[in-house]
Each structure stands twice: as C-alpha cells, then as structure tokens.
Design a protein around this ligand. Sequence first.
Ligand code: PLP
Length: 380
Amino acid sequence: MERKILLNPGPATTRDTVKNAQVVPDICPREKEFVKLMKQIREDLVKIVHGSPEEYTSVLFCGSGTICMDVCLNSLLPAEKKILVVNNGAYSARAAEICDYYQLPYINLKFPVDALPDLKEIENILADNPDIALVYATHNETGTGILNPIREIGALAHKYGAGFVVDTTSTYAMRPINIKEENIDFCMASAQKGLMAMTGISYVVGNRRMIEESRHFPKRSYYCNLYMQYEYFEKHGEMHFTPPVQTLYALKQALEEYFEEGEEEKWNRHRRVFEAIHRELKKLGFRDVIKREWQAGLVVAIKYPEDENWDFDKIHDYCYERGFTIYPGKIGNAKTFRLCALGAIDEEDIYEFFRILQKGLQEMKIKIPVFYHEVANEKK
Ligand SMILES: *Cc1c(COP(=O)(O)O)cnc(C)c1O
C-alpha cells in the first residue's frame, strides 16, 4: 500500500500490519473468541500506564477520543458537587463545553494558552470550593503542544479530596506515563493516536474503586455512562452494545507491536522525530509558539511566516499531493500550523518532508529563511 505520512495530530500514520489485521473472517462479537480478545486488550491498556490490575481497569467505548472526555465528565460527578476544569487550551475548552452541554456545575479556570497553569491559583480555587469533587486537566494540550504539570495538579486535587481526570489522548503510549505516580485517577486515549491503530475505539483507564462508587452518581447519559459499560465488561467481558469488531483486531495487532517496540524505544523514536522537526524548522527560519522546555515533545505549533506569498492552504496542498499531511493550528485566532511526531514514522520521513516543503516554499516564492515582522520577539 502507498505510504502516506501524517504530520497532523492524529489519526497517526499506521503500519500495514495493523491495517491488514482488520481483514478477518466474519465473527459475532458475542463469541468466546472475541471476549478473549477484549480481555487481553483491556489488560494491555492498563499495563501501558503501569497500573496494577487490582487497582485500575480499562473501559472501552466505540467512538473517537472525545467520547472519553464526555464519559468521564458526565459519569464521575456526584450529585450536588462541582468539577474544576483547568483550562489552558482548545482541548480543555472542549471539556468545559461538555460540562455546558450536560449542565454540570463547574468552574472554568482559564489560563493563557501559551503558558503553564498557575498551581497556586488552582489550590486557591480548591480551598475556596470544598464541593469540587473532580478536577480535570489535559496532559499535552494538542493545540499548542504544551505539557501540563499533571502530577502537581493531581496532588492538589487529592489534597482537597477530589478525583483527578486527565486527558492523555495525545501522550498515552507515546510519553511514558505511570498512572499512580502521576496522581491520575482516570486517563484516556484513542486507538488512532499513540497506539498507531485505527479510529473508532477509545478507552478510559481508571481507578476501579472510583468507578464502582460512581454507580450511585446521577446518570446523565445512556450510551456514554462509564459505570454501565464497566459493569457489562465485568459481567460479560464485552461492550454493552456492538463493538467495532475489525477495529479491535487492528488494535490487538498494534498493542503487540507496541510491546515489541518497547515503551522507551518508542518514546525515543518520537523524540527523535520531534527534534528533527525542530532542527529543520530552525534551518528555514520558522518560529514556534511555546517555550521549548514546556513542549511535550509531540506537537510543534508554528507561527505563520509574514511573507506576502505565504498561503497555508497552498502549502498544505503542495505537501499533500506529495504524500505528506500537515495541519492548521488550534490557538484561538492566532495564525499557526502544526507538525506532529505521532505515528509510525522516523527521522528520515521528516527530512524527506522538509525537502518537499522547502521546494514548495521556493516554488511559491516565499523567502527563506521565512520572514517575520517583529524583530527578535523572544518568547516569554
Ligand atoms: C485528539 C484529541 C482528543 C480527541 O479528539 P477526537 O477528534 O475526538 O479523536 C481529545 N483530547 C486531546 C488532547 C486530543 O489530542
């Protein structure tokens, strides 16, 4: 199959072995053979974040990553309690929007999108609002690529008796995570990002006792209730409703390949790709948005050059026609685009991409190094 390189923030480039794993004889997912597959997948998903199987479990949902945000927020809030959303980017803003849609009581604690959240402020809010039962944060804000201090936020949540939900969709199975050490009660991801599998299946990895407790919480959704899905898995070993069968075969293959590559090796590869992106960007004079030491190592948000010939869509199309997909930014109205280190790619793919990008810039008469008006507008 023709190999396409996706430099967008997911779905990620997949291997042919994973694509082909979807082609299986027809099977009814209520068969024992399939139940066995689900069991292995659920265990592996907990293992990836080093959770003990007694303390943590995983629950699968049929949907894209956002379904897990929806599930955690609507299922884990006791009656008469509040959620605190630590909001410094587009993905935590989405969590706030979910709270709005369910009319959940919540505090939307906003911070600048290009900076780390202020822990003091988080603590003050927690101290002033003893009815906060759940704190929500995003690990890698995929819009900017900023890495949030989840361990510290989690410690604060626990100090004030709240549970801690982290959106790890763009770090899980890439940046090593130890669920307990990071003070995470619930994290989440989808198959098409860190695990380089197919879209359509997403999962919450979380504290078993807290899921059990949530059976008494108000039920706000039918299809997207965490306890309901968990209970069905525990009793029958299956999803409550029809799972995406072929997608799960691909996930099984992707998990095998994950453990084969190894947590550390895989993270080294992503970092290698990330470093190559930075090196090549610098050569062309591009500027990124977030302070380097705050970046999670997976997403680079880049400012549009101020060259009059710069046209992102044209550049995108030029690269796309040559097998490389790049992606617009997600930072309010700021003019940015993104290059990501997700997926089954390596350094050489980045070098090849930049050869094409450079050629495209030249053909479009965009000056190299690319041009910005502000002189040495050093990042804070
Ligand atoms: C990709 C992503 C999601 C989920 O997006 P979907 O389009 O629903 O898959 C959620 N949170 C973060 C941080 C992400 O990067």
